[in-house]
Design a protein around this ligand. Structure first.
Ligand SMILES: [Zn+2]
Ligand SMILES: [Zn+2]
Length: 590
C-alpha cells in the first residue's frame, strides 16, 4: 500500500494536470463567426492564457470546464472576433472625450441643440461647451447645419465651440470674447475668420485652405486635470468596447505630442488597465523639424518592445511613424474645397524622413487622400527602396479615396497596404458636389484593392472628421450609402458582409503582419464580442445600430450590458461631474 502522502501528492498532481487542461473562460450557446475558413461557425469557445484554446459544439467545449472556469452564455446571439479599427485617433480622443458633447448618431438638429443648451447650463465657469466633429447635417431629419444664431441662443454666455468635420467651426459670442477674437484679429496663416459687413467676427472659422485654424483654436481650450484625463481615457475605451472594438491602431494627430501627451495611456498600461489593443504611430508635429524629431524618436524607442506590462498581453507600443511624416505631405481632405497641391519641397523632406525610418526598420503609414498625392509619395518610396530596400517592412497608405489602379500596382509591388475609413459616409455628399457622382462610385476602390491582393484594413478616422462608431463603417462599406442614406458608392463596388467584417478583424491585422489576432481560432488571441443584433441577417439600415452585449479582450471580459452586469467590471463613475458623457453616454440613438 502506498503511503498516504504519496496518494495525496498524486491526487494534487492529478488535479493540477487536469486543471492545466481546463479553460479560464468558456462562451456557450453562440452563433459564433470565427473567420477561420476551415471552421467558419461554431457554438462555443474555450479561452485559456489570453488565447483561444478550442472551438466547437457546446458538448465538446463543456468538457474543458474546470472548477474555476468562468462561464458566459451567449444566449443564441451572434458572436464575432473583436473589431479592429485600423485608423482612429484614440489616445488624443481619450484625453478629451469627457469634455466633448458628441453629436455622433443624434437624429435631429432639434435634439442636438437641446443637448447643447442643457450642456451649457451645467458647464462651470472656466470651461467650454464643445462639439468636436463626428457628425454631419445629413444625419439630422432637418438636413441642415445649425446657424450661429441657434448656437448663441442655446449657449448664452457660456463659451462654445462647435466643429463640423475638419471644415469649419462656430464660436459663440462668449467664445469669441474668451479667445479675444475681435475686429482687429487678422486671419491666421492658413485659415479664415469670417467677418460681417461691419468688420466684426461672426463666430464662423473656416478651414481654408486647411484645418490648422481649427486644430489651433481647439488647442487653446482648457484641458482636464490628470485624474480626469485618466477617467476620460478609460470611459472612451469602454465606449469602444461597447461597440465591440477590441483593438485600435492609433494614427497620432495634430497637437498630439510624443512623449508628453502619452502620459495618461502610459500610466494606464503600466497598471494593466487598457481595454483595447493599442499599437500607435508617431505623428510629426512641427514643420521644419520633422527629421530631427524622428531622429530623436528613433533613438528613444525600441520598435520591437511591445509594451508588455506583466498584467496582460495587450499591445501598447510605438508601431512606427505616421500618419503625417512631414507637414508638406498633408493633403487635407476637406471636399468642400478644391484639392490642395502639395508644395514642391515635399519630396525632399519626405525622402529624408522615410530614409531614416526605413534604415531603422520603422514601419510607416502615410495620410494620403488624393491619387495625385499618392503618385508623388510613391515616387519617393520607390527612390528610397532603391537605396535601402524595404524588404517586407510594414507600410501603408491611409484613406486613398481616389487612388488609381496604376498606383495600386505600385503599392503592391512595394509590399504596401491601404487603410480605408468611412470618411465618405460623412463627406460623400460634398465629394459628389465637387467631383460628380461618377467619381464617387468607387471612392475608395476597396473591391479593386482586394482583387489585386493588397492588404486592406477598415477603420473610422474618428473622432473629428468622422465618428468612431465602427458599425457606421461596416454599414457604409456594405451598402455604399452615406450616414444620410444617400447612395454614393456603386453597389458593385460594395463588399458583402463577411468580407467587410474581415477588413475590420484579421484583415486589419494583416496590414501590420500580425497573424495571431482577429479570428476565433485556436492559438489566436482571445478578443471577441457578443452582439445585440445579428450582423449577418439584420436589415441594412440596422447595421449602424449594432452594439455589443459583452466584449472580451485578451481573454478578459471588459464590457457587459445590463444583461451581463454580473460578468463584467462595474461601470466607472464619470469625472468631472459636468461631463456630457455622464448625461448622454457615447454614440446616440435618438
Ligand atoms: Zn489622415
Ligand atoms: Zn486620421
Amino acid at each position: 500500500m502506498k503511503p498516504l502522502h504519496t496518494i495525496l501528492f498524486s491526487f494534487i498532481l492529478g488535479t493540477t494536470v487536469l486543471n492545466a487542461q481546463k479553460a479560464d473562460l468558456i462562451v456557450t450557446n453562440g452563433k459564433i463567426t470565427t473567420m477561420d475558413s476551415k471552421n467558419p461557425e461554431v457554438q462555443a469557445v474555450a479561452i485559456k492564457d489570453h488565447k483561444i484554446f478550442q472551438t466547437g459544439t457546446n458538448a465538446q467545449i463543456l468538457k474543458l470546464k474546470g472548477s474555476s472556469t468562468k462561464m458566459i452564455d451567449a444566449k443564441g446571439n451572434r458572436v464575432i472576433p473583436g473589431l479592429f479599427d485600423s485608423h482612429l485617433h484614440v489616445i488624443r480622443g481619450g484625453r478629451f472625450y469627457n469634455t466633448e458633447l458628441r453629436w455622433d448618431g443624434v437624429k435631429t438638429l432639434k435634439r442636438a441643440l437641446e443637448m447643447l443648451k442643457e450642456q451649457a447650463q451645467r458647464t462651470p465657469k472656466g470651461q467650454w461647451v464643445r462639439v468636436i466633429g463626428g457628425w454631419n447635417e445629413y444625419q439630422f431629419e432637418e438636413k441642415r447645419l445649425p446657424t450661429l444664431q441657434e448656437i448663441n441662443e442655446a449657449t448664452g454666455d457660456v463659451p462654445a465651440f462647435v466643429m463640423y468635420l475638419y471644415g469649419k467651426a462656430w464660436l459663440n459670442k462668449a467664445g469669441l470674447k474668451e479667445l479675444n477674437i475681435n475686429e482687429d484679429t487678422p486671419n491666421p496663416m492658413q485659415g479664415l475668420i469670417e467677418k460681417d459687413t461691419h468688420g466684426n467676427p461672426t463666430g464662423l472659422l473656416v478651414a481654408e485652405p486647411n484645418a490648422f485654424i481649427l486644430y489651433s483654436t481647439l488647442a487653446k481650450l482648457p484641458e482636464l486635470s490628470e485624474e480626469e484625463k485618466v477617467n476620460s481615457t478609460l470611459q472612451y475605451m469602454t465606449e469602444l468596447n461597447r461597440l465591440g472594438v477590441t483593438a485600435v491602431m492609433d494614427a497620432g494627430g495634430g497637437f498630439q505630442n510624443f512623449p508628453d501627451d502619452y502620459g495618461t495611456t502610459d500610466a494606464l498600461n503600466k497598471q494593466g488597465k487598457i481595454t483595447v489593443r493599442l499599437p500607435y504611430y508617431l505623428f510629426a508635429q512641427k514643420k521644419g523639424s520633422e527629421l530631427s524629431d524622428y531622429t530623436k524618436w528613433v533613438g528613444m524607442v525600441d520598435i520591437d518592445d511591445h509594451g508588455h506590462n506583466g498584467h496582460n498581453d495587450i499591445d501598447y507600443h510605438v508601431e512606427g511613424g505616421g500618419e503625417n511624416l512631414v507637414s508638406d505631405g498633408a493633403d487635407f481632405e476637406n471636399f468642400l474645397f478644391p484639392r490642395p497641391e502639395l508644395p514642391s519641397t515635399m519630396e525632399k523632406s519626405m525622402k529624408d524622413v522615410l530614409s531614416l525610418l526605413v534604415k531603422n526598420k520603422w514601419p510607416f503609414r502615410i495620410h494620403a487622400t488624393y491619387n495625385e498625392s499618392i503618385s508623388r509619395f510613391l515616387n519617393v518610396i520607390e527612390e528610397v527602396n532603391k537605396e535601402t530596400p524595404l524588404n517586407g517592412l510594414v507600410w501603408f497608405f491611409d484613406h486613398a479615396e481616389t487612388v488609381t489602379e496604376e498606383n495600386m500596382k505600385r503599392i503592391k509591388a512595394l509590399g504596401g497596404g491601404i487603410a480605408v475609413q468611412h470618411r465618405m459616409a460623412y463627406q460623400g455628399e460634398s465629394f459628389i458636389h465637387r467631383y460628380g457622382k461618377k467619381a464617387a462610385l468607387a471612392s475608395p476602390p476597396v473591391k479593386k484593392m482586394l482583387e489585386m491582393g493588397i492588404p486592406v484594413g477598415l477603420g473610422t478616422d474618428g473622432t473629428r472628421v468622422a465618428s468612431y462608431n465602427p458599425w457606421v463603417a461596416l454599414y457604409w462599406i456594405t451598402s455604399g450609402k452615406t450616414l444620410g442614406g444617400n447612395q454614393v458608392m456603386a453597389k458593385e463596388n460594395t463588399l458583402d458582409r463577411k468580407t467587410a467584417l474581415s477588413l475590420s478583424t484579421y484583415g486589419g491585422y494583416e496590414l501590420i503582419k500580425d497573424y495571431e489576432k482577429g479570428k476565433i481560432q485556436k492559438g489566436y488571441y482571445a478578443d471577441l464580442t457578443i452582439l445585440d443584433k445579428d450582423y449577418f441577417t439584420v436589415n441594412e439600415e440596422d447595421i449602424k445600430n449594432i452594439t455589443a452585449k459583452l466584449t472580451i479582450v485578451d481573454g478578459k471580459v471588459v464590457y457587459g450590458d445590463e444583461s451581463y452586469k454580473n460578468a463584467a467590471p462595474a461601470a466607472l463613475p464619470v469625472l468631472p461631474d459636468w461631463s456630457p458623457v455622464k448625461y448622454y453616454g457615447g454614440y446616440q440613438t435618438k
